[in-house]
Design a protein around this ligand. Structure first.
Ligand code: SPD
Length: 388
């Protein structure tokens, strides 16, 4: 008890003990001593116990949702989207019903600027402290102050091969020095079309690597650069078998022998093929001029109905063991520094997952794409895909 409070309480006791009922003189009455109050309790979470999540496919550990539901009583509805363009369309239309979405860094800035995302209440996500400051500094390029988003996971866009099938299709031609040749150079694609070349299916997944191959800024805003990428892509169009939204299965099952894809998914394909013992031995390549790093980020749409539940989930995800389960099951690194020592050693030592310093120095970090740039890339991509 505080000293002043104690004095008031003791005086009251003494008065009562004397049996006197005294009227204190109004003018002379001392102001009641302020009673020290405990810090205000946070307002109770009055949201219904529901959380609607919109994430990429194959991007969550098997028991993450079930464990969260069991612990919190919050029922999670989980849906997936295949590319940033799909998510963007939902956010722009509004009333998506989602409480958590996972935009790529290259889209996030324009979403923040357009008021489509809600500022995070960092006091409700204490485990933000587990995030790696180096990675968060990179994310700050698209979200200054790290106020709206933080990474769910990261990886890079690159090339992977089915070793035996590619060796057979190339015959006496050795693998190129630059892995990007396998998907962009007609000398190679003409040979590899027999076993199947797969591209990701989205303008902002294909045009940036094509620009990078041409030694241009992958995120160039210059329409002339996009046209140059289109001209280069036109030369290999007839050799591309698949524009794939099921890349993991296509590579693991042998429908494609070369992929322009995400290292994380391609490593999942590698593990799946090994598990199935189907003879598809997949290798994720580190191009000598680097791949394109991406961050996929947790965010709350501006009109979310359950933002508190979203932040409870975010804090849960940022527990070291929960973040590590994503890496351990799906071979995607997270930005959770506190989870690193919980990652399986065979994954921690795989430089196609945790890229070593030499290769990392060659990788390109994401920068934001404006609406105009995305539109220009989309026009070039649509023409490319249509032509044959
Ligand atoms: N299976 C998870 C896929 C997540 C891919 N996000 C990639 C965004 C690259 N721009």
């Amino acid at each position: 008890m505080k000293k002043q409070t104690l004095v008031v309480a003791l005086s009251a006791l003494m008065l009562a003990a004397c049996g006197k009922k005294e009227e204190a003189p109004a003018a002379a009455a001392p102001a009641p001593a302020p009673v020290a109050s405990a810090p205000a309790a946070p307002p109770a979470n009055t949201e219904e116990k529901v959380l609607n999540v919109y994430n990429w496919p194959d991007y969550i550990a098997a028991d993450m949702v079930a464990n969260f539901e069991k612990e919190t009583g919050i029922k999670v509805n989980y849906q997936t989207f295949e590319n940033n363009e799909g998510l963007q369309a939902k956010l722009v239309a509004g009333n998506s019903g989602f409480d958590i979405v996972v935009p790529g860094a290259v889209f996030a800035k324009s979403q923040i600027d357009a008021g489509l995302l809600m500022k995070l209440d960092k006091s409700k996500i204490p485990n933000l402290a587990n995030l790696d400051p180096t990675i968060m500094a990179k994310v700050a390029n698209v979200d200054p102050g790290n106020d709206y988003i933080f990474p769910w996971a990261w990886s890079y866009t690159t090339v992977a091969i089915n070793k035996a099938k590619v060796a057979k299709a190339l015959g006496s031609t050795p693998l190129p020095d630059n892995a990007w040749d396998l998907v962009f150079n007609p000398t190679y694609t003409a040979k590899l079309k027999s076993c199947g070349i797969a591209y990701l299916d989205s303008p902002t997944e294909v045009i940036p690597p094509a620009l990078h191959y041409l030694d241009k800024n992958p995120y160039s805003a210059d329409a002339a650069d996009h046209k140059a990428a289109g001209a280069m892509l036109a030369k290999v169009r007839k050799d591309i078998r698949l524009f794939s939204s099921t890349m993991i299965d296509d590579m693991a099952g042998g429908k494609a022998c070369v992929a322009l894809g995400w290292a994380g998914d391609l490593n999942i394909a590698k593990a799946r093929a090994a598990e199935n013992k189907n003879g598809n031995d997949i290798e994720v390549l580190l191009p000598k001029n680097g791949g394109l790093i991406f961050f996929d980020n947790l965010a709350i749409p501006k009109d979310a109905q359950h933002p508190n539940n979203a932040m409870i989930f975010m804090d849960y995800f940022l527990r070291p063991e929960v973040s590590a389960s994503l890496t351990n099951e799906l071979s995607y690194p997270t930005a959770n520094k506190a989870s690193v020592d919980k990652v399986k050693p065979e994954l921690a030592g795989d430089k196609t997952i945790f890229v070593d310093a030499d290769n990392m120095a060659k990788m390109v970090s994401p920068t934001s794409l404006s609406n105009e740039t995305r539109e220009s890339m989309s026009n070039v991509y649509t023409l490319f895909k249509k032509s044959k």
